[in-house]
Design a protein around this ligand. Structure first.
Ligand SMILES: NC(=O)c1ccc[n+]([C@@H]2O[C@H](COP(=O)([O-])OP(=O)(O)OC[C@H]3O[C@@H](n4cnc5c(N)ncnc54)[C@H](O)[C@@H]3O)[C@@H](O)[C@H]2O)c1
Length: 239
């Protein structure tokens, strides 16, 4: 039997980057994958379901359509996020609001709604995408790191609150992962990436596949006694 055989999973922000590789991994591990993003896209072996996670009505309708089709939802990966680097003096209230709407409020909305559906079927598990910046901070990422710190805190609280319903809630805190977004943020800004790699004990950047393997483990029954955990996938950069 495959690791995630027949588990019904929704992955948000799966149109590209880490979310897309998580979707591919979950499919190869036997899951029934619903891949979400803002705009239409295709992914072999998955059903795509497009909505903006900050649109509460669309989010609820999306979850209900999965629930009606499959009879249950076993796992949600809250991966969609807005990411921007901005020095403290340049951070605007508009950016903060946008970042919190996607990275924090939508995650709470998703957990509220899906936990009710999971409870009907005796449980499930939720994986939130945090970041090392939410653990150790990062210059130029005050807004982003604050939102990811909130993801870490809400993961722990939701894990405690939902445990009696058989629902596990964990988060992954990736380090620097080489995605399209990475290219946009770091290489375009001329950031000295060699210096950053020098601070990573394992001596390399992470890959989306590194994160996907961690997500597959947390989503699986092998992690059935793990909840409220923040799993660093960072090449030993934070200790
Ligand atoms: N790449 C890294 O180095 C890194 C490091 C730490 C944490 N993370 C986290 O991993 C996750 C994925 O990162 P990535 O690098 O693949 O980012 P990405 O920007 O490539 O992908 C994010 C996806 O989310 C989608 N999205 C954004 N807003 C949405 C919304 N309102 N509704 C639905 N979908 C929406 C985007 O369209 C995009 O496809 C994020 O939560 C990010 O914060 C990434």
């Amino acid at each position: 039997m495959k690791l995630l055989e027949n588990k019904v999973v929704l992955i948000t922000g799966a149109g590209r980057g880490i979310g897309r590789v998580i979707a591919d991994q979950f499919i190869s591990d036997g899951a029934i994958v619903y891949a979400n993003d803002l705009n239409e896209f295709e992914i072999d072996g998955a059903r795509t379901i497009c909505f903006d996670v900050t649109d509460s009505n669309a989010l609820k309708a999306g979850l209900m359509s999965i629930y009606k089709a499959e009879g249950r939802i076993d796992c949600v990966v809250n991966n969609a996020a807005v990411i921007a680097n901005q020095k403290l003096g340049m951070v605007t209230k508009q950016l903060l609001e946008k970042m919190y709407q996607v990275n924090v409020f939508a995650v709470i909305d998703m957990i509220q709604t899906v936990s009710r559906l999971m409870a009907r079927n005796g449980g499930g598990n939720i994986i939130n995408m945090a970041s090392v910046t939410g653990v150790v901070g990062s210059p130029g990422q005050v807004a982003y790191s604050a939102s990811k710190g909130a993801v870490i805190a809400l993961t722990k609280s939701a894990a405690k609150e939902l445990a009696p319903q058989g629902i596990r809630v964990n988060a992954i805190a990736p380090g620097i992962i080489k995605t399209e977004r990475f290219e946009e943020l770091y290489e375009a800004s001329g950031d000295k990436i060699d210096q950053r790699i020098g601070r990573i004990a394992l001596g390399r950047l992470g890959t989306p596949q590194d994160v996907a393997f961690a997500a597959a483990f947390l989503a699986s029954d092998r992690a059935s006694y793990i909840s409220g955990h923040i799993l660093g996938v960072d090449g030993c950069a934070t200790i």
